[in-house]
Design a protein around this ligand. Structure first.
Ligand code: HEC
Length: 439
């Protein structure tokens, strides 16, 4: 062999497509067509001949190809509807089971299970299962993930992402016959037809092993945190918690109630600094009558009483100077009372509001006080104490300081006094000139 010969041979080798391994079983036939239009026509002929196990491949979507191939509409929408409906039913069942069956809880006598309250969660679970069905249904119906296909063994097929239009028929189609099917494809105008064989190595007919290995390994690794959590839940340790992000959780500082040897009394908290006054009038609240319903108590403490920390206080009986107990305040008080107090105490203050009624309907008991009962102390308690009850609540009644401003609380006090007076009126309360009209 001459040098030139060698050289030639070498070049020839490089140009030749890499030799495929020896062939295995027949997978099917691959036909190439020159234009998308011819591909559509070929697909129609193959469909008309009764084939079902075939597919078309092109670099871009070809209009009309699905109709020509006889591809049926996907059933995915039906599956998604089923998924969404299942989600809705499961969401409603979950709420019924938790709220009405497993742990029913009487909240102001409200029904434990009611459709309007279930709508947001029902909506969410509907969407959740619809989306899952869409996502996984698409993968499953498309037989994904598929990382390899026998057609990839064909050199010609590489052009499918560029300028090649192909039709492949699988040998498993019951009408498949190597000779007649080849004739059908070429009659339909194929510019080239290849037999496609599977790889002779049976291991290469399935997904590569290393992919399974990676999936198995990542699955195993993903289970480790759960295993650690499960172990932590079932074992005890005297070690401090692992604190990955310290942020500012550990600081060289003293908290209010800790000991500190620096000072003679060993307290870290040095108390209020003598004579300090807040510059913010809202937090200063110097007007104790207005803000707290309190005033200084001038009566001397009885002999032997415990030593008070500050000046003695008592509830005010009238109204603070900052408030004018006039008709405007009364109107305001009526309006505020009917917003804030009526739901429980009723319009007349006798305690028959909607909330206690509903609690009773639900089999519970949560009775708001009768505010106007002449036999009860509420008639006689000082205004300051009534104000304080509105601010801070009493027993199971919540405080309303957060919702009702101070002035409005005083307006309500005035209106409660009017209710008490009106519902316990005697003949003496009627003006003299109108007494005659009473029957
Ligand atoms: C959410 C229901 C509810 C609302 C709203 C409510 N109350 Fe009450 N209130 C109660 C209940 C319940 C009691 C009885 C508390 C107890 O004794 O356990 C009560 C008790 C009281 C008492 C008697 C407290 C005592 O010393 O025994 C007063 C006074 C009172 N309410 C005034 C008011 C006023 C004024 C308002 C409007 C600002 C108001 N409540 C709004 C439920 C309510």
């Amino acid at each position: 062999m001459s040098n030139a010969d060698k050289h030639d041979h070498h070049d020839h080798d490089a140009d030749e497509p890499q030799a495929l391994p020896a062939d295995g079983d027949l997978h099917g036939l691959l036909a190439e067509y020159d234009t998308p239009g011819e591909l559509v026509e070929a697909a129609r002929k193959v469909r008309d001949a009764g084939f079902t196990e075939f597919d078309c491949y092109s670099p871009f979507p070809v209009h009309g190809i699905d109709e020509a191939m006889g591809i049926k509409r996907t059933i995915l929408p039906v599956l998604i509807f089923g998924g969404g409906f299942t989600g809705l039913i499961l969401g409603l069942l979950l709420q019924w089971w938790t709220n009405a069956f497993n742990w029913p809880w009487n909240i102001s006598g409200k029904p434990t299970w009611s459709i309007p309250a279930n709508i947001p969660i029902g909506f969410e679970t509907t969407i959740l299962l619809s989306v899952f069905t869409t996502f996984f249904g698409m993968w499953t119906l498309n037989k994904l993930p598929q990382v390899w296909h026998p057609l990839f063994r064909n050199e010609r097929f590489n052009r499918v992402t560029d300028d090649g239009f192909f039709l492949g028929i699988e040998a498993k189609d019951r009408r498949f016959d190597a000779e007649t099917t080849t004739k059908l494809l070429s009659d339909a105008g194929a510019i080239g037809i290849d037999k496609i064989h599977l790889d002779p190595d049976p291991a290469k007919k399935v997904m590569p092993k290393w992919i399974f290995a990676v999936i198995a390994a990542t699955t195993a690794l993903a289970l480790i945190p759960f295993a650690i959590a499960a172990k932590a839940r079932n074992s005890k340790s005297s070690e401090p918690h692992i604190h990955i992000f310290a942020d500012m959780d550990f600081q060289p500082k003293y908290k209010s109630d800790v000991a500190m040897d620096e000072f003679a009394d060993s307290r870290a908290n040095r108390g209020n600094i003598e004579g300090t006054v807040s510059r913010n009038p809202a937090s200063l609240k110097a007007d104790e009558a207005f803000y707290y319903g309190l005033e200084d108590d001038p009566t001397p403490a009885p002999e032997g009483a415990p030593v008070a920390t500050g000046p003695a206080k008592r509830w005010i009986t009238g109204f603070p100077k900052a408030v004018d107990a006039d008709q405007r305040l009364m109107d305001r008080g009526k309006q505020r009372f009917e917003i804030y107090c009526t739901p429980c105490h009723g319009y007349d203050g006798r305690g028959a509001g909607t909330v206690p009624n509903r609690v009773a309907q639900g089999g519970g008991l949560w009775q708001a006080q009768n505010l106007v009962d002449p036999g009860k102390k509420l008639i006689t308690i000082p205004n300051g104490q009534l104000f304080n009850t509105i601010s801070n609540g009493a027993a199971t009644m919540p405080g309303y300081a957060g919702q009702i401003p101070h002035r409005d609380r005083w307006a309500i006090v005035l209106y409660v006094r009017a209710l008490q007076r009106a519902q316990n009126a005697s003949l003496d309360d009627v003006p003299a000139d109108q007494k005659g009209s009473i029957r």
